[in-house]
Design a protein around this ligand. Structure first.
Ligand code: MN
Length: 562
């Protein structure tokens, strides 16, 4: 989080070096002077000089431990969009890496016909840049955080638009990247302006609740600390409250009228040294407190898609106060708070490549939506991918797959492999044959049954599937079929009859992946006449196929009605 007071370049440099030892202070300073010169006559809506904004963004990134290039790009991030500076200027004065980071967050200046088209084009541009370099989206998130924190200076319609986009797009992306602290800051900052009344009410009620329960929770915390110390488990115990937007969301989702009903309003976080200590802590606290049935969740054994790991459960303290415990190691805690950026600040030198990739994998839904051309469809699918709840389902071998809520076996098949989806014929859910459009539930075991010979995609599936991946692949096949519509053709073959002749002929079609609709044979003395109706697409090379048939022994002639 950036400081409330004005930030100077010295603060940025200090914070950058504190969190990342490889910082090049001179280069960052140079970026600052370049940007300050370019923005010198500009003011923000708050009346402050414009450079305050890039300085804040740079400071946020410095606090996350980002590298020299990203901090330079943060200082320069608005010069291409808002001043006369060009991509080439940045490349010349800095380098290609900094220039392409800036380019990645610069909006397209063209005029678009509709709001949707404009949004779609800009999102796609940003996500494509992110694909190449994940730092683009981290920079954009820092930019958005500062914009949300300074919303009060904007016109009401701008406030609403930015707040809405933050809740629909940027907070969910922060979540996908595991950046929980950021996600909460973005959510609460936007919530305040999008639903000011609800924000005020919840804020008041929460303050009231905290006042009411402070002592009980503090006592419980102390109790836990004493017991863990007695049993010689190293730990740090902290009290946390649910963020305001989180409360609002849960109230809507579960149709809750009273804040009392929210069971995880308070949580006591217990941070330990090792995984086995987490389970020791679990055993210890479950001996002291009663567990609310059904509340136990072990995200250490099965991490969330965004790498989040902890054990959650809701307990009742001795004084009757309900609280959630979250048990995790300090590494898990770090990943839970800072997500992908925890790798920049802690293991920058030998960046854990695999884990870094895992976060990118988590954005694959965005990647797949990029290929949807219709703006409405793109925005809707993107929203679904980002905001929808997730379900966990299993392959027959016990591998876990995470899918958006309401996904079906078609989605599941495509998530495993494109080919599996294309050839899906039927499915078994929990060992029982079910329609492939059945909505899957948490814990279902799904087996896909395919027909390798046939692609059996139906246009109606587009309405049924939830994942961008399935939509993308189905559209691809439908498009291909439109380009190459199928046609029925009849082939007539004359041959000297013998054993296995029909089999050899049908094999030619099979090898060329052509469906035979019907086969009719009549024998007149020694001569056989075979009529075959096939299904061909324009791309099939029918001449070659006829030649292959003519090469079969005993075939006298073959013709096709073209
Ligand atoms: Mn900006």
């Amino acid at each position: 989080m950036s400081k409330a007071l004005d930030i100077t370049i010295r603060d940025v440099l200090y914070e950058a070096r504190r969190n990342n030892k490889n910082i090049d202070k001179n280069k960052i300073f140079k970026a600052y002077t370049f940007a300050a010169e370019k923005h010198k006559n500009q003011k923000r809506k708050s009346g402050e000089s414009y450079i305050i904004h890039p300085l804040h963004v740079a400071y946020i990134l410095a606090s996350w431990g980002l590298d020299t290039q990203t901090i330079c790009a943060a200082l320069l991030h608005d010069v291409v969009e808002d001043t006369n500076a060009t991509y080439e200027d940045i490349e010349k004065n800095f380098d290609e890496e900094v220039a392409s980071l800036v380019e990645g967050v610069t909006k397209l200046s063209n005029l678009f016909k509709t709001v949707e088209e404009k949004k779609t084009k800009n999102y796609k541009k940003m996500f494509i840049a992110m694909e190449k370099d994940i730092r683009v989206i981290i920079l954009k998130l820092a930019d958005r955080l500062h914009n949300v924190m300074t919303l009060k200076y904007l016109r009401r319609d701008r406030q609403i638009a930015i707040a809405k986009e933050t809740l629909e797009l940027y907070a969910p992306i922060a979540n996908k990247l595991g950046m929980n602290d950021l996600k909460k800051d973005l959510e609460d900052g936007a919530f305040k302006y999008l639903y000011p009344r609800d924000y005020r009410i919840i804020n008041e009620e929460l303050k009231e609740k905290i006042k009411e329960n402070k002592n009980k929770i503090e006592e419980t915390k102390k109790e836990i600390e004493i017991e863990l110390r007695r049993q010689r488990v190293w730990s740090i115990v902290k009290i946390e409250t649910k963020n305001l937007y989180g409360i609002f969301n849960k109230a809507i989702e579960k149709n809750i009228k009273n804040i009392e009903e929210i069971k995880d309003l308070f949580s006591i976080k217990i941070v330990t040294r090792s995984k086995s200590d987490c389970y020791r802590v679990l055993g210890i606290i479950n001996t002291i407190y009663s567990l609310i049935p059904g509340s136990f969740k072990d995200y250490i054994a099965i991490p969330k898609n965004n790498m989040y790991q902890a054990i959650h459960e809701i307990l009742i303290g001795k004084s009757g106060v309900m609280f959630e415990t979250r048990i995790c190691t300090y590494i898990m805690n770090n990943v839970a708070r800072y997500g992908i950026t925890s790798y920049f600040s802690y293991v920058m030198n030998n960046l854990n490549k695999k884990r870094n990739l895992d976060f990118k994998e988590n954005l694959s839904g965005i990647r797949d939506s990029l290929e949807l051309e219709n703006p409405k469809e793109f925005l809707e699918t993107l929203k679904q991918e980002l905001l929808g709840d997730e379900i966990y389902v299993f392959t027959p071998k016990g591998d876990i797959k995470v899918l958006p809520k309401d996904s079906n076996a078609i989605d599941f098949a495509y998530i495993i492999h494109g080919k599996l989806g294309n050839h899906i014929k039927s499915c078994k859910i929990n060992n029982k044959e079910m329609p492939i459009i059945t909505k899957l539930k948490n814990g279902d075991i799904v087996e896909i049954i395919t027909d390798k010979e046939k692609i059996n995609i139906q246009e109606e599936w587009l309405e049924e599937v939830k994942t961008a991946k399935a939509k993308k692949e189905i559209l691809k096949i439908l498009k291909k079929n439109k380009q190459y519509p199928k046609q029925e053709k009849e082939i007539e073959i004359i041959a000297n009859d013998r054993e296995n002749l029909a089999l050899e002929i049908t094999n030619v079609f099979k090898e060329n992946k052509i469906n035979i609709e019907s086969l009719e044979a009549s024998v007149n003395g020694k001569k056989a006449k075979i009529k075959i109706v096939i299904e061909i697409k324009a791309k099939d090379n029918i001449k070659n196929i006829l030649n292959e048939i003519l090469e079969i022994k005993d075939v006298i002639g073959a013709k096709i009605d073209l």
